[in-house]
Design a protein around this ligand. Structure first.
Ligand SMILES: [Zn+2]
Length: 498
């Protein structure tokens, strides 16, 4: 007989941003979940705050799958239409970068999409089921604009098309996700500038006529132009998940206006509210302050992995950084600091060591000192309570304590309980939290090896300074033969492993 899926016996509660409450989760179709998460705008290297958002939704995806749901996870790539300042004016972020670097926009898109995939893979994120792009869905975006115009919720002005927020609010509720009210928004905004084609400042672009210098443009019934940033998510979520689907996620900063506009577009086009559960992941701070390029209070994923940052004393394995992030609940602000990461690292290796110990534990007739079944229930209770990973991790450390006391002959475990605890630990640590078992020894060796290469780099620099090119070339060539490539740059010599 087939075992019933776990979701039949587990009651999952999700904090729904639209109601401001934890709600019992019930999918539209039993056993199946449609989940959409707003992806990155690929015009620069992915930053740490984005990584945290995607790691949070990776945890959610993993747990839903663990419960036995069939999940279709759609996460888009924004490769056109996202203007500077997230508003309807200014340059397209991808185009601007292309102009500055004298590259094709699609070269920019390719470069930063690869970076994004590479960094998320290092964090052991599972790729989504579908990863559609805005430029791949221009036709669908034009079609939905026509529908919204036909339904009376959008108007054309000088080749651009705008969503009529005031009109929409007469029959629907604009602001229900972010808790805003249109009258207050109107009272708090300045008059439109004379050049604006909008009827009201709250209106947002569905289609923008391209200025002559704008490179990324497509023909449409209204003008040669490009879609508004909010539209792609409505189009791609309805295309792949249906007009109504279960979960929509993203960073907290996207709640308004982006997600509010998505609700309005969905309701205006399809006549139904698109999403049942809205989920928002919170932001990151660094050393207690907001991360910001302009103040230099910034840390990139690459700097964490290499340790090359004045904010860090050392490098951290990606899985340690992931573990650190999961020690905070996804809705709490998380503060990054060297000390907090180092504390997390100690805990991480303690957890991994105990998983190793678990394999060779002495088995007894009975279990004493721990209620295994109760502990398993508590692990599920933590995750069922809006994916509370910090509580889950605390529970895992209860098991670590028990494992250590068995090792010290202060407790005993039966064969059945041993199997159960091993299975549960593996499922939660590797399948659900998505951690990777790297032990301290191997990371210690890699620390020492990179120290050794640094020493050779230094000796080579000294040889070169003494015009001893035979020695300096020998160091370079022998390292290369071992698969270590030296790269001379303005800021000294670095190395990569081939
Ligand atoms: Zn979006």
């Amino acid at each position: 007989m087939a075992v019933a899926p776990l979701y039949k016996t587990q009651e999952l509660k999700i904090y729904n941003s639209i109601s401001g409450q934890k709600e019992v989760f019930t999918p539209i179709t039993e056993g199946n979940i449609g989940m959409y998460v707003c992806g990155p705008t690929v015009y620069s290297n992915v930053h740490l705050g984005n990584c945290r958002t995607f790691i949070s939704f990776d945890l959610i995806y993993r747990y839903l799958k663990h419960l036995g749901y069939k999940v279709r996870y759609v996460r888009n790539i924004t490769d056109a239409g996202h203007l500077e300042n997230d508003a309807d004016e200014g340059e397209d972020k991808v185009s601007k970068k292309a102009r500055l670097e004298q590259l094709e926009p699609m070269e920019i898109v390719q470069r930063y999409t690869l970076d994004f995939h590479n960094i998320l893979a290092k964090f052991n994120n599972i790729p989504p089921s579908i990863e559609p792009t805005a430029t791949g869905h221009i036709v669908e975006q034009i079609e939905i604009i026509k529908t919204i115009i036909d339904n009376g919720f959008a108007y054309e002005a000088n080749g651009s098309v705008y969503f009529d927020v005031k009109k929409f609010n007469e029959t629907n509720n604009y602001g229900k996700l972010s808790g805003r009210n249109l009258e207050d928004m109107i009272a708090n905004t300045r008059e439109l500038t004379a050049q604006s084609d909008k009827k009201n400042p709250q209106d947002f672009a569905l289609w923008k006529k391209a200025e002559p210098e704008h490179i990324m443009r497509w023909p449409s019934p209204w003008s040669d132009g490009f879609p508004g940033w909010h539209l792609e998510c409505t189009v791609m979520s309805t295309k792949y998940l249906g007009e109504q689907f279960d979960i929509h996620g993203g960073g907290m900063d996207l709640k308004f206006p982006h997600h509010e506009c998505e609700i309005a577009q969905g309701e205006a086009a399809c006549g139904v509210t698109p999403v049942n559960y809205w989920m928002h992941a919170n932001m990151l701070t660094l050393d207690g302050k907001k991360m910001s390029k302009s103040t230099g209070n910034i840390l990139s994923p690459a700097e964490i992995f290499s340790g090359e940052s004045d904010k860090l004393n050392k490098a951290f394995a990606p899985t340690v950084a992931r573990f650190f992030m999961l020690q905070a609940h996804y809705r709490s602000i998380l503060d990054f600091s060297n000390d907090a990461l180092e504390a997390s690292e100690k805990g991480f290796y303690r957890l991994m060591e105990s998983i190793g110990t678990l394999e060779n534990l002495k088995i007894n007739k009975v279990t004493e000192g721990f209620d295994v079944q109760n502990w398993i229930n508590e692990c599920y209770e933590a995750m069922n309570d809006d994916f509370n990973s910090p509580i889950l991790i605390a529970k895992l450390f209860d098991a670590v304590k028990f494992i250590n006391s068995i090792k010290e002959d202060k407790a005993t475990i039966s064969e059945a309980d041993h199997k159960l605890i091993q299975k549960t630990m593996n499922e939660f640590v590797f399948d659900v939290l998505g951690l990777v078992n790297t032990n301290e020894a191997s990371s210690d060796i890699s620390d020492k090896l990179s120290g050794t290469v640094e020493l050779l780099i230094q000796l080579r620099a000294e040889a070169r300074a003494n015009k001893d090119f035979a020695t300096s070339d020998k160091i370079r060539d022998e390292l290369l033969a071992m698969g270590i490539q030296l790269k001379d740059g303005r800021e000294g010599t670095s190395f990569t492993l081939n």
